[in-house]
Write a protein of this length. Structure first.
Length: 110
């Protein structure tokens, strides 16, 4: 039998509500603090970074070899291409290798 005087399962007391409000406030203030730190870091980065005009002028004055060197790549080497006398495909003018056809005029690869 259930008596009329039984207590409900969940009781909301002032202390529980106050602790819950404090926890929510601490979490909210923490997120705000982290957000402000991120804003300050981005603002500082914006101040130290050169403007887009300066970056454009510097990149426009560089040659392809300079850009490749900065990227850690080897600069591209220009190669003179000539048409093959037999098939018409373009091959390197110096150091071309045979393509595998019987009538290819170039030396086979070693």
């Amino acid at each position: 039998m259930v008596s009329a005087r039984s207590k409900p399962l969940v009781m909301f007391s002032f202390q529980k509500i106050a602790v819950f409000a404090i926890i929510i406030a601490v979490v909210w203030l923490g997120f705000r603090f982290v957000g402000n730190l991120e804003k300050q870091r981005k603002a500082q980065e914006r101040l130290t970074r050169p403007s887009w005009r300066d970056r454009f002028r510097r990149s426009a004055s560089k040659t392809g070899a300079q850009r490749a060197k900065e990227a850690g790549q080897e600069p591209a080497v220009e190669v003179e291409m000539v048409p093959c006398k037999v098939c018409g495909d373009y091959v390197a003018g110096v150091g071309a290798r045979a393509c595998g056809r019987q009538d290819c005029p170039y030396t086979p690869a070693a």
